[in-house]
Design a protein around this ligand. Sequence first.
Ligand code: AHR
Length: 516
Amino acid sequence: MLMKRSWCYRIWLLVGMLSLSVLAQENKLTIRADQTGPVISKYIYGHFSEHLGRCCYEGYWVGEDSAIPNVRGIRSDVVEALKDIQCPVIRWPGGCFADEYHWREGIGPRDQRKPMLNTHWGMVVENNHFGTHEFMDLCEQIGCDAYISGNVGSGTVEEMQDWVEYLNFGGDSEMANLRRANGRDEPWKVKFFGVGNENWGCGGNMTAEYYSDLFKRYATYVKDYPGSRVTKVACGPGDVNYNWMDVCMKNIGGRMNAISMHWYVFSGDWGNKGEATRFSEQQWFGVLEKTVEVDGAIKRYKEIMDRYDSRKRIGLFIDEYGTWWNAEPGSTPGFLYQQNTLRDAVVAGVFLNIFNAHADRVRMANIAQTNNVLQAMILTDGPRMMLTPTYHLFRMYNGHHDGRAVAFDLSCAKYEVDGKALDTVSASVSKNAAGEITISLVNLDPKNAVELSCEIEGGRYGQCSGEVLTSNAMNTHNTFERPDAISPTAFKDFKLKENMLSVTLPSKSVVVLTLK
Ligand code: AHR
């Protein structure tokens, strides 16, 4: 009898503990629809395109005589694809390339342009056929803004001043008239101008103190011409370099409008970053861990910025970020060509949810890079073009552009690998001008679905629709032979009853819901 009792007791205890742990693992999202915060700038959904590998050449520029359908030399399939994701801004021409680019070599009749050596990316000869006019034409065809990176590392102050005058002055001046002679009457009114790139590294190996002094000189001559205002972007830190941020904010905070930061992620280290398509669950977890770490880094950078700029005048532009894998076997060394799988889309979803959460400071982000380089939106092979899972993710997130961040609480189970843990779910919620709510949800766990109950407070919504991006395998990717191996599908696995929305997120998925 005694024995029986102790067994019963033990079973009761076990059941109690199990139900406690189930309770502890309840996944709950409480959305406070009437509590809105800062605008999630559309520029957070920006892009970065460098003269690197086949990003600009072939990715955009095919030349007027190409058999690939083009408008003034710029391929139309890529332009159309970028319109569909409402590409808001492109940063150009680098990257490291920016600090060895001399813009005057990229204007005037193309057959007379002086070639240059691209020393950073494969030592290839750049023919300068894709220059200022071609880039600005690209932006106009897409309908996006331009963010131009100026040369501090190897260029002169005069060269930078002339470029901005060439771009933005509408009156009668040497630079404005040179632009007219090259076929463009009206100034382009470029809004964003970067004063150097990674000047702690490829942009001149400077100290923060030396760079701040140079910034003062160069930025003085980046003028606001009548009718155009330039957001001057200072070169900020890469990865974790709090001292760089502190020195720049202290020395030049009053002179800049924004400061950059760069954050690349991989599953190994800089020497061996891991393969794009062949990886283990440990490597899946590893890159997500590094992605989530950006949240802590942004918080620290914001604290530093707040010390010098409590009114949040200065924007934090994450003007390079994304996955960086070992180059695809058989591709040209130095061209940074990599495939793009469901894992890359999941990483992008987590990144963007985090950037949205910091929209009070993070006012631009530019994923690296648009075509054929690093975490690309688009891969091309001569005339063929293919959209990556990351591209699809960007299209799914369109609803967040310029919406207001909506307050929410999220409690969820942990996704654990080898004793390390991450939150299983990443989320972001915004409200657009029409009052519609966009909810983006990422399930980081590659093996288990998540039951998520969402309570919506402060608003009534009668309709819900959604899309999901997922697949059976972590490494599913599109190829030129199977360009639709992975693409978003309609999402039906939810129930909306009054203010309760219950959702089943498939394993390794991104789900975006719209509430009306
Ligand atoms: O995106 C590739 C390179 O990464 C950029 O040129 C540079 O800014 C960064 O280090």
